[in-house]
Design a protein around this ligand. Structure first.
Ligand SMILES: O=C(O)[C@@H](CO)OP(=O)(O)O
Ligand SMILES: [Mg+2]
Length: 395
């Protein structure tokens, strides 16, 4: 049923118009398709992507033949094969883009051969809830030109009764933000992930999102909370965090983020400090971790060794999970397990360069992540949000 019979690789478009890899995997009675996403604000410790054309050529000659005949139902063995054929710690030989597309397609082929949806196949019989969507409504940083310094101003309807209501609440906030920006004379286009990308300072962005959240909370009668992804490595210039209106030392940055958490009741802060500053993260978590999730993205890069380093000194209370940062589903699963075992929450996340692949909605549900971070609008974002709604309907 699950013996791999054929694997096809192809180059497809991603949401930024760049090429990416898609894999079709066929087993005796199953089919799985998955595509690799890509980041703009990538962490330096992420697994390494290879240029698509050469990576596909190389894989067709040197990798795919070794995968034919393997059992897609044995995910750990499949991923181990990828790792041993690659032979590098960062998957730079076969390319993490090839690896992640193969690894996810393998799981989907196995699920399909078993006549199951991926979330059920991976999550088992006791899965009974989906995560809530966490989406950015204003953004800048590496995702838009001339917009905010902070990369993502996020919202999550923590008081919604289910994920479907939450998805629509986020969309309503996104619409309200547009209205408020136009009223400010700051009407604008969107960044890579569908968030508004106005030419405003960060505090104006906070105030605008806060106003939008308050209005929609009242209208829908649910609590909607705010969060941010600072993507601080992008602001760091060796000595300071460089904002358009200020330079902040690490101490200043920790104090500033702490103030923002209290001023805007932020429940989620991702990458408040640069990707090597485990200690700075720990100081911030100590200060506000009782009321806010401090989440490591570039800090942890979905890598168990780095997550363990953070656990040892209390760097964070949440881990961002991006399968393509680490390259295989087995490694992704182990990262989630390590986080949960140590009392940390996990947030499954899209990348800024995406396709209409919906796999992360299934993974987030199967793995018990608290949030699915995947934008609010835009075809490649709503593909995942709509899949979340379908999954919720089934469980
Ligand atoms: O920083 C992030 O969390 C991601 C997704 O929002 O951005 P990118 O994919 O560009 O790394
Ligand atoms: Mg991030």
């Amino acid at each position: 049923m699950t013996i791999i019979q054929a694997v096809q690789l192809r180059k497809i478009l991603d949401s930024r118009g760049n090429p990416t890899v898609e894999v079709d995997m066929v087993t005796e009675s199953g089919f799985g398709r998955a595509a690799a996403p890509s980041g703009a604000s990538t962490g330096v410790y992420e697994a390494k992507v290879r240029p698509v054309d050469e990576a596909i050529d190389d894989a067709e000659q040197n990798l795919i033949p070794a995968l034919i005949g393997l059992d897609a139902g044995d995910q750990a063995e499949f991923d181990q094969q990828l790792r041993s054929i690659d032979g590098t710690p960062d998957l730079s030989k076969i390319g993490a883009n090839i690896a992640v597309a193969l690894s996810l397609a393998n799981a989907k082929a196995a699920a399909s051969a078993n006549g199951m949806d991926l979330y059920r196949y991976l999550g088992g019989a006791f899965i009974k809830e989906t995560p809530f969507p966490l989406g950015n409504v204003i953004g800048g940083g590496a995702h838009a030109v001339d917009a905010t310094d902070i990369q993502e101003f996020l919202v999550v309807p923590t008081g919604a009764s289910d994920a479907e209501e939450a998805v629509f609440a986020n969309a309503a906030v996104h619409r309200k933000v547009k209205e408020l920006l136009i009223a400010l004379g700051k009407g604008c286009g969107k960044g890579d992930e569908g968030a508004w990308a106005p030419h405003i300072d960060d505090i104006t962005a906070f105030e605008t999102v806060h106003q939008a959240v308050t209005a929609i909370s009242d209208e829908m009668n649910i609590t909607i909370s705010m969060g941010i992804d600072v993507a601080a490595s992008e602001l760091w210039n060796d000595t300071h965090y460089h904002y358009k209106d200020a330079d902040r030392t690490t101490e200043d940055q920790i104090a500033y983020i702490g103030e923002l958490v209290d001023r805007y009741s932020l429940i989620y802060v991702e990458d408040p400090l640069r990707e090597d500053d485990f200690e700075g993260f720990s100081d911030l978590t100590e200060a506000v971790g009782d009321r806010c999730l401090i989440c490591g993205d570039d800090l942890f890069v979905t890598n168990t060794e780095r997550i363990m380093q953070g656990i040892d000194i209390g760097s964070a209370n949440a881990v961002l999970i991006k399968p393509n940062q680490v390259g295989t589903l087995t490694d992704t699963y182990e990262a989630v397990q390590m986080a949960h075992t140590h009392g940390m929450d996990t947030v499954m996340s899209h990348r800024s360069g995406e396709t209409t692949d919906t796999t992360i909605a299934h993974l987030a549900t199967a793995f018990g992540c608290i949030f699915l971070k995947t934008g609010v609008v835009g075809g490649e974002r709503i593909a995942k949000l709509n899949e979340l709604i379908r999954i919720e309907e089934q469980i």
